[in-house]
Ligand binder design. Sequence first.
Ligand SMILES: O=C(O)CCC(=O)C(=O)O
Length: 311
Amino acid sequence: MTGLTEAQVASFHENGYLVLPDYLSQTEINDVLTEANTLLHNFDLDTHPLTQFTTGDDDTTDHVGDDYFLESGDKIRFFFEKDAFSTSPDPTTGRATLLKPKNLAVNKIGHSLHTLSPPFKSISLNDRNAAIAKSLGFIDPRVLQSMLICKQPSIGGAVPSHQDSEFLYTDPPSAVGWWYALQDAGPGNGTLGMIKGSHKGAKGGHIKRRFVRKTGASGTEFIVNEGPALPKGMEEEKVSEPSEDDLEILEVKAGSLVLIHGNVLHKSEKNTSERSRYAYTFHVIEGTEGWEYDQRNWLQPPKGGFSKLYQ
Ligand SMILES: O=C(O)CCC(=O)C(=O)O
């Protein structure tokens, strides 16, 4: 396996992301979409705690952080869209009621499709991705989480601007996201928006806050990052803030892979269109000595540790 060319690696480091069109074959896309639909139709609604995926970006909700979420690192679990629920609960059961069939109400499935679902595992833990990780300088790359993000028609919620290393912090930062479009994504159906170059120290790409488990209480919170804020080799002075002028709205076809630097700001808008925008993403961190996985991170390693990308 060849990995990335020198020009591709340079472009990744210049922009903080890299688009690789036609990365997945049509068979791989079909296999994971079939699996996604099976999972979405078959999960049990009656025993589900009806956890919604919320980002805490408005004044009315916190970021999701219940036990169903916190214990999902080695499971396949389903998180609902906030807008999929009726404003009043069922009068007889007191339970929240869905306005849509469950398969059209899920925001995301997470966080261990890469170990538990064969079609997703096959597009995650493979030699081709290992070669890419090697090109990016990983010594012992570990896949630590994976998600299918559905961006359902009309209700698929926005993801506010963030850096992935805020959520998956190592000391020093090392996260890289693999994001596959499983359906065409563009303006209108909540595609990715990338702030070009915003990962750089010179653009203020430091990790300033971290998403962690609360100490002494259940739930999650953002705290100020007191550890290293840039990956090794990126110790630049902060000279300016990232600017929305550098926003690039990606238009990508199903099967494209977008590699996302853990320090680059990115986001996606609400899907206001009638077409869904399924994407599958997993994240890789450096697992070798000299990079410490933080014990307060919301996601903690399963028994046996995170999945090795180099077999
Ligand atoms: O797919 C999306 O809408 C956002 C994904 C994202 O921001 C991420 O995986 O870090």
